[in-house]
Write a new protein. Structure first.
Length: 84
């Protein structure tokens, strides 16, 4: 399971906006915005790149993760985001 993490540089919190993401089997991307406490899945398949994920995020092409049973994956994403 490949996880990518980055800081957008946006000033939502003291440490900016840290995001971690991973590709799902169906091509969509699950991601966690650790500083805003938000977790989403892209609404359609998406490249696992900062620019592609942020485009989905910024243009509200996402679904809430709460509709999925993804506790293990979310824990992995939260830890990756905290590490940057």
């Amino acid at each position: 399971m490949k996880v990518v993490a980055w800081n957008t540089g946006r000033f939502y919190a003291e440490k900016g906006q840290r995001i971690a993401a991973m590709q799902l089997d169906d091509g969509r991307v699950m991601f966690a915005d650790i500083d805003r406490g938000l977790e989403y899945v892209t609404a359609k398949p998406c490249d696992l790149t900062q620019s592609a994920v942020m485009a989905c995020y910024d243009y509200n092409q996402t679904e809430y993760v709460s509709t999925y049973n993804e506790a293990d994956r979310l824990a992995t994403l939260r830890n990756a985001a905290r590490a940057i």
